[in-house]
Design a protein around this ligand. Structure first.
Ligand code: ATP
Ligand code: MG
Length: 331
């Protein structure tokens, strides 16, 4: 079986539709055909300002949501990044192979560092893609299911793996990105020129755990375009196209079919129906997440067993990599 690794930040507590349609839906689907390692990347969540109590809470909420969405701990290893110290151990070696210039070219770093205040951005925000490379390489992953926005980071991961292998001998599998078609990039409802993101103002971001009334309101208030016809046109009508893409991804009906369905009707009808489609999807996910959170001991037990399985694989990789770079093995 091919091996798959992916991670998601617990920063906002709730995941959003972009996370689900761009990445998490594939996590669930891949469990049938791959050996999967899925983690809540809490260490990535401290690269920008954070609150410790909130981080702890959001880590649990994230794990519960993943289970509610269909990650199955019998078939996949689900764990918390900080429970597997091998990620950081490998990351140091990769940091010493990565070049300052290549890390400086990461567009997410440029975007996010601009949003930081007068204190400037952390060194962790800068080296974050290298830790992400370690997250992936430490499992010898063949594939990484992610959204379109992660393509550049995946390219860096591949470069670092290739560089290490070239210098120290074949050690790492060079992973491929697995980016879904159609829903690879869900756009913000208020600023449809940007990707939907938890780091933008919440009005444009549909969180899975939002109150149903909030969800309906966000969709009703989505920015649409001039004209009145419900047709997909990424350049002329990015807002409407995005709403159609979300509808199509959740309802399973093609965009062409939806254009016919909405022929002669307006944007209001599209939004009303989309709100129904979204609520039908999120309502059971919310309920299940709450149930799982109600039994915290069981949730923590699942995460501990996922981490134990992950450490078996990750420990082996770190031992090999440390030996190859010349660290004296501890006896
Ligand atoms: P941030 O904007 O702070 O980076 P995020 O919303 O991108 O947060 P992440 O935890 O960084 O959340 O991403 C988790 C996964 O969701 C990644 O695989 C990423 O590619 C995917 N993803 C995030 N936003 C979108 C989006 N708008 N459309 C499709 N996929 C997305
Ligand atoms: Mg992101």
């Amino acid at each position: 079986l091919p091996r798959v690794l992916s991670g998601i930040q617990p920063t906002a507590g709730s995941f959003h539709l972009g996370n689900y349609l761009g990445a998490l839906r594939q996590w669930v689907a891949l469990q049938d055909t791959a050996e999967a390692f899925y983690c809540v990347v809490d260490q990535h969540a401290i690269t920008m300002d954070w609150d410790p109590e909130e981080l702890r809470r959001n880590t649990l909420v994230s794990a519960a949501q993943l289970l509610a969405l269909g990650v199955d701990p019998q078939r996949s290893s689900l764990f918390v990044q900080s429970h597997v110290p091998e990620h950081v151990q490998l990351s140091w070696v990769l940091e010493c192979l990565a070049r300052f210039g290549e890390a400086s070219r990461m567009t997410q770093f440029k975007d996010k560092s601009q949003r930081e205040g007068a204190g400037g951005s952390s060194v962790g925000l800068f080296t974050y893609p290298v830790l992400q490379a370690a997250d992936i390489l430490v499992y010898q992953a063949d594939e990484v299911p992610v959204g379109e926005d992660q393509r550049q980071h995946l390219e860096l991961t591949r470069d670092l793996a290739t560089r290490f292998n070239g210098r120290f001998g074949d050690t790492f599998t060079v992973p491929a990105a697995r980016i879904p078609q159609g829903a690879a990039k869900i756009l913000d409802l208020q600023s449809p020129e940007k990707k939907m993101s938890k780091s933008l103002p919440p009005a444009g971001c549909v969180f899975l755990l939002d109150d149903p009334r909030v969800t309906a309101k966000k969709i009703r208030s989505a920015v649409t375009d001039t004209g009145r016809e419900v047709v997909a046109d990424p350049v002329g009508k990015p807002g409407v196209t995005n709403l159609l893409a979300i509808h199509s991804a959740l309802s399973g009906r093609s965009v062409t079919e939806l254009e016919e369905h909405f022929a002669g009707r307006g944007y209001g009808d599209l939004k009303k129906e989309l709100a129904e489609v979204v609520l039908e999807f999120v309502t059971p996910v919310r309920a299940r997440t709450q149930e799982l959170l109600d039994d915290r001991a069981e949730l923590e037990r699942l995460l501990a067993s996922g981490a134990a399985r992950a450490r078996e694989v990750a420990g082996q990789t770190v031992r090999t990599a440390y030996e190859r770079v010349g660290f004296l093995p501890p006896v």
